[in-house]
Design a protein around this ligand. Structure first.
Ligand SMILES: *Cc1c(COP(=O)(O)O)cnc(C)c1O
Length: 428
């Protein structure tokens, strides 16, 4: 494949945009090579500036669950645009999407819309602190909740799980209020909470982790977290930015039958426009301004175009009784095909899958937390990524990302993907 125009565009971009990209993972730093500039997309396919076509498994990192340029979503945005793009006043469509979201997702009475998943998680944590009157938060290593200061934390050295900043610009003071624990390790969470008795406002996690590859919660893990939070007067926050409206209409809460106190959304809820949201029980949500004391705001929050895209997307998902089964079936088919190929070529691997989230780890060990996720063979992943790209299959340019399956993928696309995998694995 030729990437001539992409290379030129990237050099131009680098002069005026740091690293040439507006979000780091797009820069291909962990896989090498030059990022590919996409011109347009339809259904399950991306077309780049050099007119190469790819089967897409990034899908804008999740939102395009029904495929690219999905007609009901595109039409809704075009129609709304003609009426003006932003007013800074309440609009009817905000209530409509709120009603629909509240009817689809269990355990939420009210929802507040923001512009990104980052904002949703940042605001949910502020609300949890305000509501409980406590300062510390518990997060899990390898879970991603956007780039607000409280979450850019890594494990400190020593036995004490005090967080330290993992980016310059995050203060030690902020880091001290974030306690880091191990995913799927309930005893570790218990220890951390015990050591910070009456100081923890909330535990926040991805109920199915998707930002260290796909890692499902172990049986009982979410239940035990729920009861641990109840015992200690701690709010449980499910960050469903990735899993919300993807694993089920009601996200992971519905799939696992666990009630969170606050839930964060992003990605699918915006249908490909910049939208995030957080939601919860009335007593907690009423703590937000203007009803309550916890401040939170946004000039473009609830923007009509974004709400139109989101409403069209959620309406489609709500009306299609078979959608989640179709998605899970396609993902299972891909899993079986790829596992067969990897076995045939005797390539060590672990494949994790939940619903329409799947990831391949080039490691023979079970992948259950951040530590085990980092044991994968990264050189092999790089070669795999580059090989698949040459074969016209676009997976995320990082070993720590989930593949997102969309309903637009046909079984023919899946077969082509498995065959591409076969060709690439011969050379690994
Ligand atoms: C993508 C993601 C975020 C951040 O959302 P942005 O819209 O990129 O700010 C937060 N949490 C999870 C689980 C995510 O996958």
């Amino acid at each position: 494949m030729l990437y001539k125009r992409s290379s030129t565009l990237f050099s131009e971009a680098e002069k005026v945009i740091p690293g040439g990209v507006n979000s780091p993972v797009r820069a291909f730093k962990s896989v090498g090579g030059t990022p590919i500039f996409i011109k347009k997309a339809f259904k399950a396919y991306l077309i780049d500036e050099d007119d190469n076509q790819y089967i897409d498994y990034i899908n804008s990192w999740g939102p395009m669950i029904l495929g690219h340029a999905h007609k009901p979503v595109v039409d809704a945005v075009i129609e709304k645009t003609k009426l003006g793009t932003s007013f800074g006043t309440p609009t009817e469509i905000e209530t409509k999407i709120a009603q629909l979201a509240v009817s689809m997702v269990p355990n939420i009475d009210k929802i507040r819309f923001v512009n990104s998943g980052t904002e949703a998680c940042m605001s949910a944590v502020r609300l949890a602190r305000g509501f409980t009157g406590k300062d510390k938060i518990v997060k899990f290593a390898g879970c991603y909740h956007g780039h607000s200061d409280s979450f850019l934390i890594q494990a400190g050295s020593g036995a004490v799980t005090l967080g330290v900043p993992n980016s310059p610009g995050v203060t030690k003071g902020t880091a001290q209020d974030t306690l880091l624990t191990r995913y799927n390790d309930i005893d570790h969470v218990k220890q951390v909470i015990e050591a910070n008795k009456d100081e923890v406002a909330c535990v926040i996690l991805e109920p199915v982790a998707g930002n260290m590859g796909c890692i499902p919660p172990k049986t009982g893990f979410l239940e035990e977290l729920r009861s641990l939070c109840d015992t200690n007067n701690i709010l449980l926050i499910f960050d469903e930015v990735m899993t919300g409206f993807r694993l089920a209409k009601g996200g992971a809460q519905e799939l696992y039958g666990i009630a969170a106190d606050l839930v964060c959304f992003g990605k699918v809820i915006g249908g490909g426009l910049p939208v995030g949201a957080f939601a919860g029980r009335e007593e907690i949500m009423n703590y937000l301004a203007p009803l309550g004391p916890v401040y939170q705001a946004g000039t473009l929050s609830g923007n009509p175009l974004a709400m139109a895209a989101g409403l069209a997307m959620l309406t489609e998902l709500n009306n299609d009784r078979e959608i989640y089964k179709r998605l899970a079936d396609k993902t299972a088919y891909l899993h079986k095909g790829i596992a067969g190929v990897l076995d045939k070529h005797q390539i060590l691997h672990t494949i994790n899958r939940v619903g329409s989230m799947i990831s391949i780890h080039f490691s023979k060990n079970e992948v259950v937390d951040f530590e085990s996720a980092t044991e994968g063979n990264n050189e092999r992943f790089k070669a795999f990524f580059q090989g698949m790209l040459k074969e016209g299959v676009y997976i995320a340019p990082s070993a720590f990302e989930t593949w997102f399956i969309t309903d637009a993928l046909t079984y023919e696309d899946l077969d082509k993907t498995i065959e591409a995998c076969n060709k690439v694995c011969k050379l690994l």
